[in-house]
Design a protein around this ligand. Structure first.
Ligand code: PEQ
Ligand code: MG
Length: 308
């Protein structure tokens, strides 16, 4: 049996051209690949333009649920990159699809408690679901069991699911009320993604998984996680866009989400970039419990810098 070679570094024109030529569709993770927060990484626009010029199809698949697909399209536009909403898939959208298609909650009747940000609320609203929690300003007040309106009014009986995701306004009030809903066994527990951290401007910050685990631990429950590496997210994209998995390449910065998503999703290839979470040592370490990428590069912009 031929020994499979390890990850190939994209550090020459030949390898860069080989990678680009063998796939017709590229699925890009966002945080740590395209940008770090509001900082666009080097030669991203040039690389995406180069791929489009080579008739490649591009999609963007992010576990960051804080923005809706429409808001992400605006973020791309702020960098001068024109991307349509239907090229963008977020873990908030994947979670709303799960509520609609798997949990089959009734729009206009069943409500969702959101421990997360507006990206989740906006995707649920597009499907006709009312959300509670999230940006409700009453949750910004320090929790006091004697005065919390959520305790005084009691739980909303129409809430049939909790969606938990990255919430940069997390506080004890939000944790306490989310737990009250999760203590109801009939209320379904959905998580957008499991990322323990996410990269932002040279720092590694607590990710959705860190705060979701807080309420999961308190409730003694495990959520259904909808983002990468959940194959349902990839299946939804492949079906919606009629993709040929063998001609797709997943580009990401995290091994246990992006690269696992691509490898277990049987995509033709994967490219790990080292501008986010992982190091070159991690990219080559076969002893971990995660698959290794087919290719890796210092940054995505190397494709442009090598080929151009
Ligand atoms: C890290 C992740 O975003 P992604 O890297 O999937 O765009 C997230 O923000 O939790
Ligand atoms: Mg990322």
């Amino acid at each position: 049996m031929t020994k499979s070679i390890g990850p190939v570094k994209v550090d020459s024109v030949d390898v860069a051209k080989q990678l680009v030529e063998q796939y017709d569709t590229f699925l890009f993770d966002c945080d740590g690949v395209l940008w770090l927060g509001s900082h666009l990484l080097p030669h991203i626009k040039e690389t995406l333009d180069l791929l489009v010029a080579h008739q490649k199809t591009l999609y963007f698949v992010t576990n960051n649920s804080t923005k809706s697909r429409a808001a992400y399209a605006k973020k791309f536009a702020s960098f001068g990159i024109i991307v349509s909403e239907d090229q963008i898939f977020t873990s908030g959208y994947a979670s709303a699809l799960y509520v609609r298609d798997t949990l089959k909650l009734q729009p206009g009747k069943d409500k969702v408690w959101v421990f997360g940000e507006s990206g989740i609320v906006e995707e649920l609203k597009l499907m006709g679901y009312e959300s509670l929690g999230c940006n409700d300003p009453r949750l910004d007040h320090p929790f006091d069991i004697a005065t919390s309106p959520f305790i005084a009014q009691g739980l909303d009986p129409d809430v049939k699911a909790v969606i938990a995701g990255l919430d940069t306004k997390v506080n004890y009030h939000r944790l306490a009320i989310t737990l009250q809903y999760l203590q109801q066994p009939d209320i379904k527990f959905v998580a957008t993604n499991i990322d323990s951290t996410y990269p932002n401007k040279g720092h590694i910050l607590p990710g959705a998984g860190s705060m979701i685990n807080c309420v999961a631990f308190a409730a003694g429950r495990e959520p259904a996680a909808c983002g990468k590496p959940n194959p349902n997210m990839l299946n939804a994209i492949v079906t919606a866009k009629q993709l040929n998995r063998s001609k797709c390449c997943m580009v990401g910065d995290r091994l246990n989400t992006d690269i696992r998503f691509g490898v277990e999703g049987k995509l033709g290839g994967t490219l790990l970039v080292l501008t986010g979470i992982e190091t070159e040592q991690n990219a080559l370490d076969a002893s971990g419990d995660h698959p290794l990428p087919k290719y890796y590069a210092e940054k995505l912009g190397d494709l442009y810098e090598l080929i151009n």
